[in-house]
Design a protein around this ligand. Structure first.
Ligand code: MN
Length: 205
């Protein structure tokens, strides 16, 4: 029996709410099938780790730990991705978030370009993340491989762009930069700003 430590969150809007930028069919498949598979995989990995612990036979632990990292990270990043998007999103960030982007990247256009390039140049599957790096206390752009590789330990993702083919192929085929351009039209800057404030430990006011 599989534990249900992880559960699939509902999309915070209808699957068609982000059209024409992201099609209803992509959103439904992406959430209901792909994200659901990562939730199931995370629970299965925990369940199998429990089994081998009970049996005292750890011969499969390396594979299971790899599976756990992959599926939990997939669950975390998709949960983030859905809330990073909104039918009321787009435009440009304002307030403290805009100030941080100015200070760190020289402005929103340069930040947007770096994120888009990070997403577009992934070899294989992955994500572009804007993350808070708590040691230096600054924002960084990260190019994550699969769901977990090439990721800075301890960083807090604030904005995630899914660059897996399943995120765009049904609508944009091989024109993935058109998908990334479309994503910027639905980014929920209120959500990103709230996550930045939480990561910095500051008030949102
Ligand atoms: Mn995905």
């Amino acid at each position: 029996m599989t534990d249900t430590v992880y559960t699939l969150p509902d999309l915070p809007y209808d699957p068609g709410a982000l059209e024409p930028h992201i099609s209803a069919r992509i959103m439904a498949l992406h959430h209901d099938k792909h994200h659901a598979a990562y939730v199931k995989g995370a629970n299965t990995a925990l369940d199998k780790l429990s089994d081998i612990r009970e049996k005292g036979d750890f011969s499969t632990i390396a594979m299971l730990e790899k599976n756990l990292a992959f599926h939990v990270s997939g669950h975390v990043l998709h949960s983030l991705f859905w809330t990073n998007l909104s039918p009321d999103g787009g435009g440009v960030p304002e307030g403290p978030l805009a100030d941080v982007l100015d200070e760190t990247f020289g402005g929103f256009p340069a930040f947007r370009q770096q994120m888009t390039e990070a997403a577009a140049t992934i070899q294989g599957s992955g994500w572009a993340l804007a993350s808070w790096e708590p040691v230096a206390g600054r924002l960084v752009v990260q190019q994550v491989h699969d769901h977990q590789g090439n990721h800075g330990q301890g960083t807090v993702p604030l904005l995630a762009i899914d660059a897996w083919e399943h995120a765009y192929y049904l609508q944009y085929e091989n024109r993935k930069t058109e998908f990334f351009d479309a994503v910027w039209n639905v980014v929920n800057w209120v959500d990103v700003a709230r996550r930045l404030a939480e990561a910095r430990g500051t008030a949102t006011a």
